[in-house]
Design a protein around this ligand. Structure first.
Ligand SMILES: [Zn+2]
Length: 389
């Protein structure tokens, strides 16, 4: 769903970016404007209370989303919490390196009227949600007809909200159909779509195409694109891949001091640690202009990303000209071949948006673990794209 999000509020980060290319030792006191906007809106909550509701779809529903599909799952909020609370919490704990604790709690069931839509069910669940719930996750008892999306998620006013921001006031919510809860999947339902929609409620956009708010999911590098990519390789997987380093920065799950911002016209050499790790430099930011940056990160074929054929360097053009948050475009450019798992390896280079990016090495460096040595040089023709703070 292309939920529109209001502009960011004024609070920013006070952390200085590091700059290994800076020979004088003077701190780089600028941030690309897009990075400033990422940091300015509300981060993910440290403890997220998500209330689970069931949308009970009547047999004679007229909603197009369900068509005349006859199957109804006997779902209850308690039963859903029992089945998914632990694996969802585990996944988000791993993705956030302990920064996010997600607590699923049982709400109740909305008995939908014959003409009610998914949206009306979610609004009813929000209105009835407990005051400390920060989001609502609604699951329908019916599957969706072919061609319809499996679900949706929206931040509501969460990103610009002050105070405790309960879901009943912000409208922060996710919704999925019944398909992933089919008993045929076994005791643990498919979780990748739930995780994807949950991350939309924190403002994350899709990635993989150049169209803002696009509903295409070509990238296997991001839970916010082809969330089922890990299961295509390992049918036992229930959860999703990790996400792009820029998203981790956006959510507050990657500190700004774990990112290096190169300066236009300079040559920057950096040893990148895995983006999904919890130590070292995990993101290289190359400023382009007021609305764009290029991100460079090392993705390793382990942890949540065992589906990747090999480790290597991923490069994305991040662009919020069309809007922030769910409208931000995050386009892989290290390869044009979907699903974008052909990552840059040693000796490979890429020219993008006035930058030349060269990968010198990728590999295990003893105690340090996996490291990619990357050199980025900006073309002189680019005007300084950063804003003094
Ligand atoms: Zn989505």
């Amino acid at each position: 769903m292309s939920a529109l999000v209001a502009t960011a509020c004024a609070a920013g980060s006070t952390t200085e970016p590091t700059d290994p290319a800076n020979a004088t030792g003077a701190p780089d006191t600028s941030l690309p404007p897009l990075v400033g906007r990422l940091l300015a809106d509300r981060p993910a909550p440290a403890v997220d209370v998500v209330e689970v509701w069931v949308c009970e779809v009547p047999a004679d529903t007229t909603a197009d989303l369900y068509g005349d599909l006859p199957l109804r799952q006997p779902l209850t909020a308690d039963g859903i919490v029992e089945r998914i609370a632990a694996p969802v919490a585990r996944h988000l704990d791993e993705l956030s390196h302990g920064a996010a604790t997600v607590e699923l709690v049982a709400g109740g069931t909305v008995a939908m009227g014959r003409d009610d839509t998914d949206l009306e069910c979610v609004e009813a669940a929000l209105a009835a949600s407990r005051p400390d719930a920060l989001a609502v996750l609604a699951v329908a008892t019916a599957e969706h007809v072919e061609g319809e999306p499996g679900g949706w998620g929206r931040p509501g006013s969460w990103l610009t909200c002050d105070g405790t921001c309960p879901a009943r006031l912000t409208g922060r919510a996710a919704y999925v159909g019944a398909s992933d809860f089919h008993p045929g999947w076994g005791p643990v339902p498919l979780l990748d779509l739930v995780l994807h929609e949950y991350l939309h409620t924190l403002g994350l956009p899709h990635s993989g195409t150049s169209t803002p708010g696009d509903d295409e999911y070509p990238s296997a590098l991001d839970v916010m694109s082809d969330s089922a990519a890990p299961r295509a390789v390992d049918p036992d997987r229930r959860d999703a891949a990790s996400t792009l380093a820029v998203n981790l920065l956006d959510l507050g799950w990657l500190d700004l001091d774990a990112a290096v911002t190169a300066r236009t016209g300079d040559r920057t050499e950096v040893d990148l640690a895995p983006a999904a790790g919890d130590d070292g430099t995990r993101l290289l930011v190359l400023p382009v202009d007021e609305y764009r940056i290029v991100t460079v990160e090392l993705r390793t074929a382990d942890g949540l990303d065992t589906h990747l054929p090999e480790s290597g360097v991923a490069v994305h053009v991040v662009d919020d000209r069309a809007g922030e948050d769910v409208l931000r475009v995050q386009l892989p450019v290290h390869t044009t071949a979907e699903p974008f798992t052909d990552l840059l390896g040693p000796g490979e280079a890429l020219d993008v948006e006035g930058w030349r990016i060269e990968v010198r090495s990728v590999g295990d460096v003893g105690d340090v673990g996996d490291v990619a040595r990357v050199v980025a040089a900006g073309a002189a023709r680019l005007a300084p794209a950063t804003t003094e703070r």
